[in-house]
Design a protein around this ligand. Structure first.
Ligand SMILES: NC(=O)c1ccc[n+]([C@@H]2O[C@H](COP(=O)([O-])OP(=O)(O)OC[C@H]3O[C@@H](n4cnc5c(N)ncnc54)[C@H](OP(=O)(O)O)[C@@H]3O)[C@@H](O)[C@H]2O)c1
Length: 323
């Protein structure tokens, strides 16, 4: 099969020829039609997940296509069925991939490009809001990187779960209208944050913050929390030095800082990945959540998609067309 990857972190992307993988117990072999593109794949390529294997790393956290074969013990899927999967061990930038059956979902009536763009962002957005952020109906929510894959999904999931005011921040004015179309009440360009957000809230605090940006954005967001407000850190797109937080301001101000990490959850509480992923996909199936595919590139040009993420100019979701 054809796959795309790299042998040196940050190095050139190459097309590799690889044997078609075989599904082990509890796994599903998928013939990939589309692979979703995620910021985490940029981090993988840069080396944030460790050095590349000498024979090459194939990135790709999500893919959709048709079931080709089932490993021992797998039930509930038919050969030829359209599915989409979260891939905790990467490998989605390829013509075939093996996925845990527990993280493989029926694509039902979904287009395969939208399905491919769904499992990682929906699981992350749902898990960050509900699992870590303990979102309650009526809560005020602030979402950074509002126009991105996770950000566009998170606003819609928060709305579907009964959130009150939902505010997003974006890196540039060019993203404001796009982000607003996902149901945000207000979109603020990040260089006007936190001042504009404080003004909008008129002194009230925020109950749940989703923060994949880090740095000064994270520090300022903590200061905006309402009593018992929760900040969920789940990325560091800006590659800032880690925050060193004193604990005293947390207990003096009734604040909580938590985290979300889908890979850790897949290893230590896989049933929660399945639950959050299925809940997010159910909202996609009913139309409560939509995913906008803003760009499609051929598998061999995967690096072009990652370049857009590195430049921070992407909106919505990019996908790789594999066949
Ligand atoms: N912990 C987890 O389990 C988990 C899982 C999935 C994703 N994530 C994280 O969630 C975030 C969103 O992921 P995604 O795949 O949906 O990506 P995305 O939001 O579609 O794209 C990343 C966005 O990050 C923002 N950004 C801020 N500073 C940046 C910088 N210095 N360089 C580039 N971009 C910058 C940009 O939006 P603005 O222009 O609006 O700033 C950019 O569009 C990422 O940080 C990712 O690492 C975490």
């Amino acid at each position: 099969m054809r796959a795309v990857g790299f042998t040196i972190n940050g190095g050139q992307f190459s097309v590799f020829a690889r044997p078609i993988p075989q599904p082990g117990p509890g796994e599903v072999l998928i013939e990939v039609a589309y692979a979703g593109v995620n910021f985490a794949e940029l981090q993988h390529w840069r080396g944030d997940f460790g050095p590349a294997e000498t024979d090459g790393d194939i990135p790709g956290l999500e893919a959709a296509g048709r079931v080709v074969a089932l490993g021992d013990g797998v039930t509930g899927f038919d050969e030829g069925q359209a599915v989409t999967a979260y891939l905790p061990n990467f490998g989605g930038y390829a013509e075939y991939v093996v996925a845990p059956a527990a993280f493989t979902y029926a694509a039902k009536d979904l287009r395969l490009d939208s399905a491919a763009a769904a499992p990682t962002v929906l699981t992350t957005a749902y898990g960050a809001l509900v699992g870590s952020g303990h979102l309650q109906p009526g809560d005020t929510v602030l979402i950074h990187a509002a126009a991105g894959g996770v950000g566009t999904a998170a606003a819609q999931i928060a709305r579907a779960l009964g959130a009150g005011t939902i505010i997003g921040t974006v890196g540039s004015a060019a993203k404001v209208e796009f982000a607003r179309s996902f149901g945000y009440d207000h979109i603020v360009v990040r260089n006007e944050f936190p001042g504009t957000v404080s003004d909008l809230l008129d002194g009230a605090g925020i109950d749940v913050v989703l923060d994949p940006v880090g740095g000064a954005t994270r520090a300022a967001s903590i200061d905006l929390l309402a009593p018992f407000g929760r900040l969920v850190a789940f990325g560091d797109a800006g590659n800032h030095p880690d925050l060193t937080l004193p604990v005293q301001p947390l207990w003096k101000n009734n604040r909580m800082v938590g985290g979300f990490n889908i890979g850790h959850l897949a290893r230590h509480a896989p049933q929660l990945v399945t639950r959050f992923g299925q809940a997010g996909l159910d909202l996609l199936q009913t139309g409560a959540v939509r995913i906008d595919i803003t760009g499609e590139v051929p598998l061999a040009d995967a690096k072009l998609a990652l370049d857009q993420l590195a430049a921070g100019v992407n909106r919505g979701k990019l996908v790789l067309r594999v066949r």
